[in-house]
Design a protein around this ligand. Structure first.
Ligand code: CMP
Length: 147
């Protein structure tokens, strides 16, 4: 029998609700979408983003033309950081977010439904298992993850 969609392996991903999602009162809407999809919240907190943590989170983009704006858009503002768990969570969450530029994001995705700004595009999520390992450790220790 052919396996469709890959093996049934639960994985974790790191998600950040960016400042505009918090300030516009979209936290509940966005978290609710993840929950309704079947993803489990294993860690979550509202924080004021420290500049050094913003630089750490986006270190892979250092040197790109949008890096400075990316960091200064979230530094000093409130964000929600979380770890979600579920089958193929990394790719599932990326699909739910939609294209990086909300102008190109399909209706039905979070960026497609709620945003227009590419820098403050509402939500960030890990794009690989390696990114997850790096990103979640900036904000959480292993004991914060409640399985
Ligand atoms: P995010 O998922 O947080 O990961 C990196 C961010 O860089 C991305 O969402 C966008 O906010 C931003 N970004 C990526 N490409 C561009 C671009 N071409 N111009 C401006 N910002 C960008």
């Amino acid at each position: 029998m052919q396996t469709v969609g890959g093996p049934v392996v639960s994985e974790r991903t790191f998600v950040m609700l960016k400042p505009s999602a918090v300030e516009r009162g979209l936290m509940g809407e966005i978290i609710s979408r993840f929950e309704r999809k079947g993803l489990k919240v294993v860690a979550m907190k509202l924080i004021r983003m420290r500049r050094e943590d913003a630089e750490r989170l986006y270190a892979v983009h250092r040197g790109k033309h949008f890096y400075e704006q990316l960091v200064s858009t979230i530094a000093g503002r409130r964000v929600v950081v979380m770890v979600l768990e579920g089958r193929s969570a990394i790719s599932v969450v990326r699909k739910m977010l939609g294209a990086t530029d909300p102008v190109n994001a399909e209706p039905g995705t979070i960026r497609g439904d709620f945003g227009l700004d590419i820098t403050d595009n509402l939500v960030h999520a890990s794009d690989s298992a390696e990114s997850y390992e790096y990103e979640h450790r900036i904000f959480f220790s292993e004991s914060d993850l409640v399985a």
